[in-house]
Design a protein around this ligand. Structure first.
Ligand SMILES: [Zn+2]
Length: 209
């Protein structure tokens, strides 16, 4: 929920809430520090074994994220389209695909023109592969702008916040015109959170799971 791994050089001031420091060398042989900083102390550190792909044992149940070179969009789409549960719920299910949070799910669904309650098993595999492509694209765009910082604790490895919220097309835009069609964006309840979508570009499905 919080906590950061921040890069530093020897002699840099220690950040507040520093819990662990790793002294490494970078590719050029220069000393490099990695600070584990955790303001809310929800984080933890552990030594664990890894499998042949380098995945630590305690996170074997977490699916690959779309940036992983071994991410298999066709296999993920096969899984999603075999299940009746809503497409947004599946995008957020870390056992199916990891790394896509509430904000980026809404952005990907807006780009794809899909309502989040569309059932996985009512979608075609190509449509889901396109949706996963949109998720990858929106997260790549966000990384390019340093991420989305509604919370000052979300920073990159250099401790900088991002500005991607200015580029959001769906999330947080209730009552504002859709950037594609001008219809006013809506907000709906979703698992103790909110979903933002365009009523025209993303019509609600007739049947939900
Ligand atoms: Zn629209």
């Amino acid at each position: 929920m919080s906590g950061q791994l921040l890069l530093a050089r020897p002699g840099d001031p220690s950040p507040k809430h520093l819990h662990a420091r790793f002294e490494l060398v970078d590719a050029s042989g220069a000393p490099l520090l990695v600070h584990f900083v955790d303001q809310r102390t929800f984080g933890g550190l552990a030594l664990a074994g890894v499998d042949a792909d380098g995945i630590p044992d305690p996170v074997q149940h977490i699916a690959r994220d779309p940036f992983d070179p071994l991410f298999d969009a066709a296999a993920v789409a096969r899984r999603i389209t075999s299940r009746p549960s809503g497409i947004k719920r599946q995008l957020l299910d870390q056992t199916i695909v990891s790394g896509i949070g509430n904000i980026y799910a809404d952005e990907a669904l807006w780009r794809a023109g899909l309502h989040g309650e569309r059932r996985g098993d009512r979608l075609t595999k190509p449509a889901v592969i396109r949706l996963l492509g949109h998720a990858h694209e929106v997260m790549a765009d966000a990384l390019g702008e340093g991420g989305t910082s509604f919370d000052s604790l979300y920073v990159n490895v250099n401790g900088e916040s991002g500005y991607f919220e200015r580029s959001l097309n769906a999330y947080g835009r209730e009552g504002q015109p859709c950037r594609r069609c001008g219809t006013l964006m809506r907000r709906e309840h979703f698992m103790n959170r909110s979903s933002f979508s365009c009523p025209r570009c993303q019509p609600r499905p007739r049947t939900t799971s």
